[in-house]
Write a protein that binds this ligand. Sequence first.
Ligand code: 5AD
Ligand code: SF4
Length: 358
Amino acid sequence: MTNTGEIFSRERLIEMLSLHEPKAIESLYGLAKSIAYETFLGDVYMRGLIEVSNICAKNCNYCGIRADNGNIQRYLMPIEKVEEAAQFAFDNNLGSVVIQSGERNDKAFTDYLDDVIKMVMRISDGKLAITLSCGEQTEETYRRWFESGAKRYLLRIETTNIALYKTIHPNNNKHNFSHRLEALTALKDIGYITGTGVMIGLPGQTIADLADDLLFFRDLEVDMVGMGPYLVHAETPMAADEAKLLPIEKRFELSMKMISALRILMPDINIAASTALQAIKPEGRMLALHSGANVMMPNITPVEFTENYFLYDGKPGTTVEPAEKLEGIISDIRKAGFNPCFNVSGNPPHFYRTQQTA
Ligand code: 5AD
Ligand code: SF4
């Protein structure tokens, strides 16, 4: 797997992402699916996603819960409510939870999150694996949360084109590409199983940018990737750029090609079937499994909160109860010919392989 032959060259990736013949695209998906099968044998790792807070100190130009959006009701789930959701995950044998929130670095929040981690460890006797997705934090905070029991962390790089990164974020020190990179390195150094990802189809983003994103994932030796189409949220500065975007169908197709190309490039990492895909097509996440993804993250946030966690317009499932959503997704995964896995943490083989050889 370390041989970076011709198939892994930047040019080859650009070719894959540029395919336009339906048959050629189908065979790209098919190749990626068979590579995923060799590693995972049809298994799909499950995580229960809990969106614990939509309060965010940042102002990313694309995101519906950016600090300057005054049109949403902000919440921080009381810890008892998070406990109910974690208990639901545990009772339903999910094996793992993802704790997601807006980005806050204040002590009240970092303490709260530490309590959440300890609570999940306590109620599950350490059996529920915890992934965090809570943005950039100091190395000290990352270390504290790791020691309390979180062992995986997702922090998307959003785009590796630095000029593009600047255009999609406010121009201030808080939204800085090199900080993001340093945070990712800190997570890896601490020992987190680290994930990142990008948005696909951003205004001004090129196919070559996306090929570079894939090479970045490989060079950083990340263990997990979550990526999906960029979707407009009307109450954001980037809504004004809508006319510059690829049609939504094309953004969807490009996202699927990205998943396939990444699977070919990195056969044994975890690749999520992202919620944003489902926002475009109801069967979007199942199609992602057919093109190389192996992780599904059913949203188990109580309905009273989900309706305020709108990163983009058309976010699906915000009025459906978690139990119903979970049942539906498990049945869809089986119908698609895959095997949803229960009571496993679902760590990527890549993590163990690179730990041994590093
Ligand atoms: N479209 C698609 N993805 C988005 N995210 C935030 N806003 C949007 C949007 N408008 C993604 C970002 C972030 C993750 C939590 O959600 O990639 O890292
Ligand atoms: Fe906050 Fe994350 Fe949205 Fe940026 S993408 S505004 S950090 S929640």
